[in-house]
Design a protein around this ligand. Structure first.
Ligand code: ADP
Ligand code: MG
Length: 323
């Protein structure tokens, strides 16, 4: 029932940025190489995500907005080696229950696409429709039926700021995918999607900053560490520009933050932070992503050794970069 979806929505869809994140993660899970995000106002009037991913089959489309209709877990053991970003089958029904949603999708090998329209999660139209391969989801009038939640939203600047920040992080996590953010007619940013992390950093943080960063690249057994770190004199007062990507997934980790700070040792004063974008690749069974709706917390199996590896590599990279 829609009430259950609305309750789940309270957890999954806190504000417009949560909708954007869930839709874009679905696009990534669908193997999209180009994702275009359009936002109007603070995201409440309109959020549109179009991708060139695998698409949804006509039979699956009505199912996709039902609770726990994930296509991503076949067996419960899959949870341990999960490679996709989504797996709970909660996002689409939750978002649909608090908005007017329009989904158009076509699989590459089918001739026609399908269009599904919902209001407050209730299906009101399902019809064939010509469209390019991939999926376009439009979410309008977010929280129209939950006024309390809508009231709690901040100004357009704040909400759009959160959206653009989150998309920037996702774009950094996936340099192999081209992200375009439009608000509403203007292109706010566009990453080339050529798989070059530094190009994405240039787009998101600016070319000038990107040019000052020091590349870091190393591996140990099955671990590899790739990315860019700032010289000790290029610092920030927040951890805002500290990005950790583990196997293509953005994570937060006190352990990694501390390891990085230790790598800089006394080079950076307390309460100042380097700018770093680091991709860590390790076997999926060596970490555990917490089953929480935001899926951000991570636990590493061998955390001491990993922290030591990272701080040593940061220190070594900084020393080697000295003129
Ligand atoms: P989850 O991502 O946890 O599986 P969602 O509610 O986010 O659950 O999505 C439900 C299902 O709808 C997905 O499992 C997927 O099969 C399908 N889906 C959603 N968005 C897309 C998309 N952009 N491209 C292809 N399939 C999609
Ligand atoms: Mg999902």
């Amino acid at each position: 029932p829609q009430s259950a979806n609305q309750i789940a929505a309270g957890e999954v869809v806190e504000r417009p940025v949560s909708v954007v994140k869930e839709l874009v993660e679905n696009s990534l899970d669908a193997g999209a190489k180009q994702i275009e995000i359009t936002i109007e106002g603070n995201g409440v009037p309109l959020i549109r995500v179009r991708d060139d991913g695998s698409g949804i089959s006509p039979e699956d489309l009505p199912q996709a907005v039902l609770r726990h209709a994930t296509s991503k877990i076949r067996r419960i053991e899959d949870l341990n080696e999960l490679q996709t970003l989504g797996f709970r089958g909660e996002a689409l029904p939750s978002i649909a229950s608090v908005s007017r949603m329009d989904i158009t999708s076509r699989q590459t090998d089918s001739v026609l696409g399908m269009n599904l329209k919902l209001i407050g999660g209730e299906r009101c139209e399902l019809q064939e429709m010509g469209c390019p391969p991939g999926t376009t989801i439009t979410v309008e009038d977010l929280f129209f039926n939950t006024p309390a939640r809508r009231k709690f939203l901040k100004t357009q600047n704040t909400e759009f700021g959160l959206i653009s920040d989150t998309l920037g992080r996702l774009a950094l996590a996936r340099p192999d995918v081209s992200f375009t953010l439009k608000h509403p007619k203007q292109v706010v940013f566009q990453t080339p999607g050529r798989g070059k992390l530094l190009e994405s950093i240039g787009v998101i943080y600016g070319q000038k900053l990107a040019r000052q960063l020091i590349p870091l690249s190393c591996s140990y057994k099955e671990w590899t560490l790739e990315g860019y770190i700032s010289p000790p004199d290029l610092v920030r007062s927040t951890r805002q520009e500290e990005i950790f990507i583990v196997n293509g997934r953005i994570i937060r980790s006190k352990l990694l933050s501390r390891a990085i700070s230790e790598g800089y040792h006394t080079l950076i004063p307390n309460r100042l932070f380097p700018i770093i974008v680091i991709q860590l690749t390790l076997p999926p069974h060596e970490y555990d992503v917490n089953v929480h709706p935001t899926k951000m917390e991570i636990r590493f199996q061998n955390e001491k050794a990993l922290a030591q590896f990272i701080s040593e590599q940061v220190r070594k990279t900084l020393l080697d970069s000295r003129p």
